[in-house]
Design a protein around this ligand. Structure first.
Ligand code: CO
Length: 175
């Protein structure tokens, strides 16, 4: 099954969806993960969550150095320490904000072969995993910053909102 996926941007509703757990790891799911990975690479990102691609499923893909993670039903089972990192998000074009998160996490998930995997991550990999797992819980990175910081990016958010609106209108007209 080939579904044309696209990156959904803020404030499209699917970004607020708490995604469903995957019940069966089959070719369909593997195909989605491959498509998500391609979409992420084309967009020059280092992580992508399924709902960003328009899919209501607990799937994320992450690229860290030479390692590619295609994770099914990922959950954070341990957090430690603090880190502040300048983050971007494919659903918020051109916006970069400093977000405070745990410096170390342990993530439990399934891989494409339906095997249980346990990932211990630190630094940027820990940040990306937390960012993507937030996505499939319906949480975006602007939810993680204090109110006064959100006021400072108000005009940027307004611009993204306008771009998203225009893009969605165009898709509707083309259909
Ligand atoms: Co993101």
């Amino acid at each position: 099954m080939e579904i044309k996926l696209r990156i959904h941007t803020w404030p499209e509703k699917i970004l607020r969806t708490k995604c469903k757990d995957v019940k069966e790891v089959d070719d369909n799911i593997r195909n989605f993960l491959d498509q998500m990975y391609r979409l992420m690479r084309v967009a020059d990102g280092i992580g992508l969550a399924a709902n960003q691609a328009g899919l209501d499923l607990n799937l994320i893909v992450v690229q860290h150095q030479d390692q590619v993670y295609k994770l099914i039903n990922p959950k954070i089972i341990k957090r430690k320490g603090k880190i502040t990192f300048l983050e971007g998000c494919l659903s918020f074009p051109a916006l970069e904000i400093e977000v405070k998160r745990a410096n170390k996490v342990r993530v439990a998930a399934l891989n494409e072969k339906r095997e249980a995997v346990d990932i211990e991550a630190e630094g940027i990999l820990a940040v990306v995993l937390q960012h993507e797992i937030d996505h499939i819980s319906g949480i975006v990175f602007i939810d993680r910053i204090p109110f006064w910081k959100r006021i400072k990016i108000k005009s940027q958010l307004k611009k993204i909102k306008k771009q998203t609106h225009d893009k969605v209108q165009k898709i509707k007209t083309d259909e």
